[in-house]
Structures are given as C-alpha cells and as structure tokens.
Design a protein around this ligand. Structure first.
Ligand code: MN
Ligand code: MN
Length: 478
C-alpha cells in the first residue's frame, strides 16, 4: 500500500535543510550588491589595462598600495602595520600586521601576475623581402593559432649597458601603431595547415611579428635597409642599439583595453584574467583590512605560467624572506624552528583561476564538478592530473573551516575541479606554499577561453572572488 508521503512544503523544507544547491550569484545579490559588483568590475578593468605584464602589475600594485597607507619594509617605522615589499620589480607582497605575534601564523593569499605571452628572442630583429620582423619565443601555455592576425602591443624594458632602464609601451594608445603576426590565406593553406593537427599547423618559429617596411634612403646596393631604418627609429625614440635587445624583456601582448562582453554586459573580456582576477581581488581585499588578529599577507608572484621556477617565482624563498622580516620586526626570539612554526600555523589560499564549464565543450567538462560561470568563486580541493598527481589536496578540516568562514560572510561559492578525470589537468602555486607546512587550498575565478588573448570572466564571479578573499582575511570595510 502506498504511504501518504511528505507534503510539497515538507519536501521543500527537507530539501533546503539537507541538499546543497549551487546558486547563481546574481539571483542572490541585493540591488546594492549588484551595483557594488558592477563597480568592482569597472575598477578591475582599469587595473587590467594598466597591468599587462608582471612588471606593470607589480608596479601598479605597489603604487596603489601607497595610497592605502602601505610603507616599504625597509623604510617602515617600528609601529608601522601596513607594509609592502617588492623584489626585482616583478613580484611583491603586502602585509597587514596583526595583533597576535607572527609566530601564531598568518593568513596568506598568493596569486600570480605573469600571463602567457610572446617574448622577444635574444636576436629578434631581421629583415626578409624588404620587411622587418621580430622573432619571438612564447611564454607559458598558449594555443599558437590564437595569436595570429590580431593587433599586438609591445610592452617591457630594455636595460642599457650602464644599467639605465628604457621602458617601452607601444600599441595601447589609439594613436600608436600596433604589430601583428600574419597567417597564410585559406587559398594556399591546404597542405601547410588544413591537413595538419591543430597543434602542428602553426609552429613556434612562425610566430614572427611584423615590425616595419620602409627602407632607409641611401645607395641602391645597401643591404637590409628596412632593418637599419627600424634600428634608427629605435635609437632616435628610445636611445637603443641592437645589442640592447639582448638585455631586454620585451613582451608582445594583445593590444587594446578590457571590454564588457554581452548585451547585458555580464562578462569582462580581456587579456590576463589569469591571474589578475585573483591578484586584484586579493589586493582590494587586503587593502581594506584595518588591524586584524592574525597577520595578513598578499603575495603577488611571477613565473607561475612557466612552472614557478626562478627567483621571482613561488619555488624561490620569497615568502620565507617576508616571514623572516616579520618575525624580526615582532621581536620574538628567533630559534631555528621559529619560522617553520609560524608557517605551520598559517593558512593560505592559492588564488588562481579555474576553467568555467563551456557549453560547447561539455565532452571535457564534468558539469556536476566543474565551475559554472556566474556561480561564484570556485573552491578547488585538489588540482593535478592522472589521479591528483602533483596536487596539494587540501585537508577536509581546512575545507570545513573555509566554507564556514565564507558561509557566515554571505559569500557565494562553488566547489569544483578542472575538467573531467584524466582529461588533462593543471597545477597552481598551492603545492609550493604547502612545502612550508601551512594549510593551503585553491580558490579563484572561473574563466572561459583561459590562456587565450581574450579570456572571459563573469562579473559576479570576479566580485565573489574579492568577497571571498575579504572574508578569509576577516572582512574589514563593508
Ligand atoms: Mn593561473
Ligand atoms: Mn595560467
């Protein structure tokens, strides 16, 4: 015999109490919250436009921090509570000193400020068929075909023999020229591209950027007169000679500003959301903190996209240097295990973007466990590939703590991973932080078209990333 069962109301009540539902951020926000989210996205777009390279991002963060009362470590008085620290112009850290001694651990958010791009080779400039080109070597994981036939800007620095730095930024001002990598016309592409695998259709050695085409007027029999003309322009405008390009870090990045995407302007399309979405969120979150209990640290790292090696990357001892400085300032007696103890009592977020589910590629996503666009910051317990290899894999206790913090602060979040099992995978700086003994978990903004010249993020997710980081740090200004 069929029992009576629950009423519709009882059913709903039970469901609400027991089941977890992912909720779209927009449907959860108040009018004020929505306004705040849109304003946040507008400010973030300005940051994106100002900070297209790791050097520019580091500089932008340091400059803005100045306005929020952060003082450089080496110039900070004894009772200064807001500290900043930069290294090599490519990474930086912000600290808000807490009431408790640093030995009780810090709350750390680490993000990265480098992004996939095309770097110049050491001997980049050449001439072929009366056109000048620059040879590039790509940085980070790119799909090479995405970089063809689009306007590129040249950003970076050349260091003269005497140490003087020459800054270069060409292609962002609407009056500037831009640069581009040409592609072969479809009429002639059958054998050279169309019949090949997509990963082989455009090779690294074809990523040559067109840079000039007017020969220097002179005797008819002179060779490479376009190249010489370009060198002449570089010399007149920047004081450079060809050898200066050896001691340069010049990067081709997509030209032009971040844009709203969609008729309803739901998204921000831009170069470099990975990982400025998280870098900017952690900056805004720490800048608003006053005097927390535990010390807060925001770490902005370089070299993540090439494996975190190098002395400005997460595998270096930068965080240790910051922590050491804090221990020294706090006047606790420094035993051999003081630093390690401080790290082991610390909590960290590895702030990095994740893949949002793309409805056109459901074959690589697991839609119950991948991040949905517009559903908030994505908490990612583990990354890695082929059975979590290379993952930090956060502890259940830590996951429990962080969701408690977010729930009580009204943060809309989702839990997910990157793609189907065995479909691919990726890593973040989480495991390098974990090496120091602290608890770490990945949490960041879902993106579409990650690592492309025009990545797409939902404004609701950008905003919730900031709200989540702020809650992690202990809130602060509303
Ligand atoms: Mn990243
Ligand atoms: Mn990346």
């Amino acid at each position: 015999m069929k029992g009576k069962g629950l009423s519709r109301e009882e059913y709903k009540k039970l469901e609400k109490r027991l089941a977890r539902k992912r909720r779209h951020v927009w449907s959860q926000l108040t009018d004020e919250g929505r306004k705040d989210a849109l304003k946040y996205a507008d400010d973030y777009k300005k940051f994106l436009d100002r900070a297209k390279t790791e050097r520019e991002a580091s500089e932008a963060i340091m400059e803005a921090s100045d306005g929020y009362g952060f003082v450089p470590f080496d110039r900070a008085g004894e009772d200064a509570h807001r500290l900043m620290w930069g290294f090599k112009g490519k990474m930086c850290a912000l600290v808000v000193v807490g009431r408790r001694p640093i030995t009780e651990g810090a709350l750390i958010i680490a993000s990265h400020i480098d992004a996939p791009r095309l770097d110049l080779k050491q001997n980049p400039l050449y001439e072929d068929l009366d056109m000048a080109y620059l040879k590039t070597h790509y940085y980070g994981g790119i799909k090479k075909f995405q970089w063809l036939t689009r306007p590129l800007a040249l950003h970076g620095v050349a260091i003269k023999e005497d140490g003087r730095a020459v800054s270069i930024n060409i292609g962002e001002d609407p009056l500037d020229p831009v640069f581009t990598i040409n592609d072969i016309l479809p009429h002639l592409a059958y054998k050279v591209q169309a019949d090949k695998k997509i990963s082989e259709a455009v090779t690294g050695e074809k990523l040559n950027v067109i840079f000039g085409g007017i020969p220097l007027a002179g005797p008819d029999d002179m060779k490479e007169s376009v190249k010489l003309s370009i060198l002449n322009l570089l010399n007149e405008r920047y004081g450079l000679v060809e050898e200066d390009l050896v001691s340069a870090e010049l990067e081709f990045v997509p030209a032009g500003p971040a844009r709203d995407v969609g008729l309803d302007r739901a998204f921000v399309g831009a170069y470099g959301h990975d990982d400025r979405a998280c870098a900017y969120a952690s900056f805004m979150a720490i800048a608003q903190q006053k005097r927390p209990d535990n010390t807060l640290i925001a770490l902005f790292l370089d070299k993540e996209e090439i494996g975190s090696d190098g002395n400005t990357g997460a595998k270096s001892r930068l965080l240790e240097a910051v922590m050491y400085g804090l221990v020294r300032r706090s006047k606790v007696s420094l035993e051999t295990d003081t630093l390690l103890g401080a790290f082991m009592r610390s909590k960290a977020i590895s702030g990095d973007v994740t893949a949002g589910v793309d409805p056109d590629y459901l074959e690589v996503h697991e839609k119950r466990n991948d991040a949905l666009m517009g559903y908030g910051i994505c908490l990612t317990k583990y990354t890695g590939s082929r059975g979590k290899v290379g993952a930090n894999d956060a502890h259940a206790e830590y996951m429990g703590w962080i969701r408690g913090v977010w729930n009580s602060a009204g943060v809309i979040w989702q839990a997910g991973e990157l793609g189907k099992v065995d479909e691919g995978g990726g890593g973040t700086v989480a495991k390098y932080l974990a090496e120091q003994g602290m608890d770490v978990v990945d949490a960041g903004t879902p993106l579409l078209s990650m690592h492309s010249p025009f990545e797409v993020a939902h404004k609701a997710d950008l905003y919730m990333t900031y709200r989540a980081y702020r809650a992690f740090y202990g809130e602060g200004k509303k």
